[in-house]
Design a protein around this ligand. Structure first.
Ligand SMILES: O=C(O)CCC(=O)C(=O)O
Length: 269
């Protein structure tokens, strides 16, 4: 399989609409890849809290429109990163916000959405501005089952275990991770790959927005924990080839997942 991770520079000097068009043309250039991945909240920036409300959109809003077409033009599976999703209340009035990821098939159909479960900010920012998702989401691609996670979720191994239990072999993390904790990003991506014996494809942002420098360094890790590809700090398209069959082989040859005793209905051996 070939994947393209688009590590987008999210800069307030570029309008959200200009960035949508620019990112769509980058997606179109990925024809030949099987899976294209975008970062978290790349329209606004994950730390541009004041823009969440003003740039919020319904699920089938402007980002959906542009990305559905880009996926079908390129003929790729597209994890279009996440948007600040505005839901409609029961009375039809504008409701709350979620940090929602969208996945499109190569024909441009929306095949999955994932609302970020662990919101970042403790008692401020995203943690108070957005609602929490509650459902684990996997997507079946022809070659592999993909489990979805967003940024801060990376710190919660139980979420990834849940995705593995749901059949995931490839774990996609869409993020807007800050430079200040870049060492955690790399370490946690490798840890999730080793403990879950799965590929981890983690795509972050570049540049700085709302005064927060972004880490960049998107990374692809194999089920043995080896780094297959890693971006630098700036905007970059990270292209990687990987063999999904290695997940089964690794789990067979080093069957640690079968030795789980906690959190399983019955030990497997
Ligand atoms: O966990 C971290 O250090 C960063 C998380 C984050 O920036 C986010 O989830 O938006």
């Amino acid at each position: 399989m070939r994947a393209s991770l688009l590590q987008i520079d999210v800069d307030e000097a570029e309008s959200v609409d200009a960035r949508r068009q620019r990112v769509a043309s980058l997606v179109r250039r990925q024809t030949g890849s099987d899976l294209v991945i975008l970062p978290e909240l790349w329209t606004t920036g994950a730390f541009a809290y004041e823009s969440f409300d003003t740039e919020a959109e319904p699920l089938e809003g402007p980002t959906y429109e542009v990305m559905a077409k880009a996926a079908s033009d390129a003929g790729v599976w597209l994890h279009a990163g996440s948007i600040p999703e505005r839901v409609t209340g029961a009375d039809g009035a504008p409701g709350g916000l979620y940090n929602t990821s969208l996945v499109f098939s190569p024909s441009g159909d929306l095949v999955a959405t994932y609302r970020k479960i662990h919101r970042f900010g403790f008692d401020k920012g995203e943690a108070v501005l957005m609602g929490a998702g509650s459902e684990l989401v996997t997507v079946r691609l022809p070659e592999t089952t993909v489990g979805l996670a967003t940024c801060y979720d990376l710190r919660f191994p139980e979420l990834f275990r849940g995705l593995v239990d749901a059949g995931a072999e490839t774990l996609v993390v869409s993020a807007g991770w800050p430079e200040r904790r870049r060492s955690h990003w790399t370490l946690l991506a490798r840890a999730r790959a080793v403990e879950d014996q799965a590929y981890v494809l983690a795509c972050g942002t570049a540049g700085a927005h709302a005064g927060v420098p972004q880490a960049g360094y998107s990374i692809v890790v194999d089920p043995w924990g080896e780094v297959l590809a890693e971006a630098g700090a700036g905007e970059e398209v990270l292209v990687v080839e990987f063999d999904p069959g290695r997940v089964g082989v690794t789990r067979e040859q080093f069957p640690a997942l079968k030795d789980r005793l906690l959190g399983v209905a019955a030990p497997r051996r």
